[in-house]
Design a protein around this ligand. Structure first.
Ligand code: 3PY
Ligand code: MG
Length: 259
């Protein structure tokens, strides 16, 4: 696949129960993102919300992910919508925005990720032109459909306005954060990404996404959970994160050695 085809692969394949798997990288060294990209994932997400990925790391990380033959997604920090534009400008194929709790938040996400007339994204995509292989006017005309904007649903507020979020032009789908959602749905708060309440909401979100013709995405904390979500019809599923996977690898080998 050419770099341009890799860049376009996310928008082309997401939807209709695509069951894409994304790696999830929070460690800052871009080489880690490149390493994950070369495994059998469909995309790699760089996490600027809870990970320690800076703008500089993300620019380099996107390059490494593309070199590894996969499209790059960036989860921006809460409310930092200008970072969404900057990440698209340097070649990200998708943006995940956490804590989208109001329709105004969803509109801001669309505004910063889509060019007019859908949004208000400002012009200036130096690396994205290079990566997409498109001339300036072609990029302007095609970028809104070549990249995806995903709003995170992880609070009661956001669940209550799910249909309104999905109806915002430019929002291509929603991403369920089951950990925050489990905290929001329990009293006293209990962290349980696999709770019954979360599970019911995952079905509900999937059904509403289908009704709006938009992508349903979620974070799975285990491979088995990711498999289940693919079977249920989710379009994009994160499979744990880099720190978890490194620790698991070390523990597995140490346990084998000491068994
Ligand atoms: C959550 O589960 O709350 C997430 O944000 C996934 O990273
Ligand atoms: Mg969260």
């Amino acid at each position: 696949m050419s770099t341009a085809e890799t860049f376009a692969a996310l928008s082309r394949s997401i939807g209709g129960g695509s069951g894409l798997l994304t790696g999830w990288v929070g460690l800052p060294d871009p080489l880690i993102a490149g390493l994950v990209a070369r495994e059998e994932v469909d995309a790699v997400t760089l996490d600027m919300q809870h990970g320690s990925v800076t703008i500089g790391n993300a620019v380099q990380g996107i390059g490494q992910v593309l070199l590894g033959g996969k499209p790059a997604i960036v989860r921006i920090p809460v409310g930092e919508f200008q970072t969404a534009s900057r990440m698209l400008d340097v070649g990200a194929s998708g943006i995940i925005a956490p804590m989208i709790n109001t329709v105004a938040d969803a509109k801001l996400l669309a505004a910063y990720t889509k060019f007019p007339p859908v949004g208000e994204r400002s012009w200036g995509p130096p690396l994205a032109l290079n990566v997409s292989g498109l001339a300036m006017q072609d990029y302007l005309e095609r970028a809104n459909k070549l990249t995806v904007a995903i709003a995170m649903v992880e609070t009661r507020e956001s669940l209550a306005i799910l249909d309104d979020i999905l109806a915002v032009p430019g929002i291509d789908g929603v991403f369920v954060g089951p950990s925050d959602l489990s905290i929001a749905l329990s009293s006293p708060p209990v962290l349980d990404a696999g709770s019954k309440a979360v599970d019911e909401m995952l079905d509900h979100v999937l059904q509403r996404c289908r009704a709006h013709g938009k992508a349903a995405c979620m974070f799975a904390t285990t491979g088995a959970r990711a498999k289940e979500m693919r079977a249920r019809g989710y379009d994009l599923i994160a499979i744990g994160n880099d720190v978890q996977q490194i620790r698991l690898g070390v523990k597995t080998m140490v346990d084998q050695a000491r068994a």
